[in-house]
Design a protein around this ligand. Sequence first.
Ligand code: NAP
Length: 277
Amino acid sequence: MRSVTLPSGEQVPALGIGTLRMGENRTARAEELATLRLALDHGVAVIDTAEMYGEGLSEMLVGEALAGRRDDAFLVSKIYPHNATRHGTAAACERSLARLRTDRIDLYLLHWRGSVPLAETLDAFQGLQRAGKIRYFGVSNFGLADLRELWSVPAGPATATDQLLYNLARRNIEWDLLPWARERRIPIMAYSPLEQGRLIRDPRLVALAERSRFSPAQAALAWLLCQEGVITIPKTGNRERLRENLSALQETLSSAQLHEFDQAFPPPAGPRPLETL
Ligand code: NAP
C-alpha cells in the first residue's frame, strides 16, 4: 500500500476509509461492519470518524469493528469546535474513547474552526498527548489564512494534518494551500474524494475512465493517490465497492493520463476560496 509520511516520520497508508453516515441504519449495519473489517484485512488502516457523525453512532460502529484488532488501525476522530475548550476537549475525548472502545486515538482533529482560541484547543490537545489519549493532533477545514494563524501559536507547527475537501472537481487548494503544506511536510487528508458519489456520474470522469482500465470511482481515487502528501478516505459501507476502490491502488496514472485529467478538470489558475461540504 502506498504511504504518506507524517511530520513525526511515521508512515500511514495513503488510502483510508471514511465513516460518515455509517452506523445509523440498522439494516445496513452488518454490511458496514463487514466492510470496515475487510478494509483492515487489506491494510486500509486509516479509519476516519467524528463525534459528530450520527452523534456517536459512527464511532460506536468503528469501535465494534476494531474489537480485538485495535493495532491494525490508525484511528482518526474529530472534536466539535464548541467542545474544544480546555476542559471540554478532555471530556469529549473521553466520550469518543469510550464509544471507540479504545485507550487512544491516533489522530484527533478540530473538525472546523470555531470561536475557542486556537492556543486553548492546542494546549488541551497537548495535554491529551501527554496523557497518552491521543498520539497526534490536527485540524480540518482550515484555509491557508487559518493555517498561518495556527502556525503562530506555540504548538501550531506540531499539527499533523489538515483534513480538507479535495477531489478532481475541487482543486482550489492546489493554488496555495497544498504547496504551503508540502513545504512544511504536512500531509493533507482529502475528504469526499468522490464528491459523496456525485463525481462518479460526472460525464467528464466517465469519459476518462472509459479510456483507461478504471471505473469512474477508481479513476477519481487513482488521481488523488498520485498527489504527493495526500491521504484519501473514501467512504463505503459495501464490501464490493470497497474492493473496487482498493483496485485504484494497483496502477498509477501515466503523465499522459494525468494531462488528460487536467484538461477535463483544470487546476485553479489563481487563488480561490476554500471549499467545504
Ligand atoms: P465520498 O467518500 O466522496 O463518497 C461516499 C459515497 O460514495 C457514498 O455514498 C458511497 O456509497 C459511495 N461510493 C463509495 N465508493 C463507491 C464506488 N466504488 N462506486 C459507487 N459509489 C461509491 O464522500 P464522504 O463520505 O463525504 O467523504 C469521505 C469521508 O471523509 C467521510 O466518510 C468522512 O469520514 C470524511 N469527511 C470529512 C469532512 C470534514 O469536514 N472533515 C466532511 C465530509 C467527509 P456506499 O457507502 O453505498 O458505497
